[in-house]
Design a protein around this ligand. Structure first.
Ligand SMILES: NC(=O)c1ccc[n+]([C@@H]2O[C@H](COP(=O)([O-])OP(=O)(O)OC[C@H]3O[C@@H](n4cnc5c(N)ncnc54)[C@H](OP(=O)(O)O)[C@@H]3O)[C@@H](O)[C@H]2O)c1
Length: 166
């Protein structure tokens, strides 16, 4: 269910998904290697705050440079040098955010945050890729606003939360 407009946070989600099966992950990593998507992700998030689930942190291993890196975990004793640790979504309100706050995944984190995100930057990946982690439904929450980039491999679309006033 879409939330009321006053429940929407100034959070932006950014993710790449295979259109054919909604895959976003495989064996703890990405199912593909798409340099143009990585360049878009870097351009969008550098100088800002990135919030990720603990499993995505395990994958990237080190904090992403020139960004404030926040990890969500239920583990009270997690040691994560270079990361700001949050244990609940409410904790995100206490973080001294640098620039915009981007939710960068994975699927578990998207499942709980997408309804509250004001924008979604979604890379639609066109090829066939196996996956074991899938993007939760977002279509009932967001409307497409504009296509930002497109080539043979991908189409990057900016979406806006439907709960926001026009
Ligand atoms: N295609 C893309 O754009 C993209 C982007 C990001 C990730 N991925 C892929 O997605 C996969 C990982 O996704 P995933 O869904 O398995 O894991 P995830 O969302 O990255 O991490 C899940 C973990 O985050 C913590 N967490 C999540 N929500 C929480 C909450 N509300 N409160 C407290 N802690 C919370 C928990 O950590 P604890 O277990 O420590 O409590 C949970 O086990 C990987 O394959 C990765 O490569 C793809």
């Amino acid at each position: 269910m879409p939330l009321p407009a006053d429940a929407i946070k100034p959070w932006k989600a950014i993710v790449a998904m295979a259109d054919k099966n909604r895959a976003i992950g495989l064996n703890g990593g990405l199912p593909w290697r798409l340099p143009e998507d990585l360049a878009f992700f870097k351009q969008m998030t550098t100088g800002h705050t990135v919030v990720m689930g603990r499993k995505t942190m395990d994958e990237i291993k080190k904090p992403l440079p020139r960004r404030l890196n926040v990890v969500l975990t239920n583990q009270q004793d997690l040691v994560a040098p270079g990361f700001t640790i949050a244990h609940t979504l409410a904790d995100l309100d206490e973080v001294a955010v640098k620039g915009d706050l981007f939710i960068i995944g994975g699927a578990q984190l998207f499942a709980v945050t997408l309804p509250q995100c004001c924008e979604l930057f979604l890379t639609h990946v066109k090829g066939d890729y196996d996956g074991d982690t899938f993007l939760p439904p977002f279509e009932h929450l967001f409307s497409a606003v504009e296509t930002l980039r497109e080539n043979d491999d991908l189409r990057i679309v900016r979406y806006r939360n439907k709960a926001l006033p026009a």
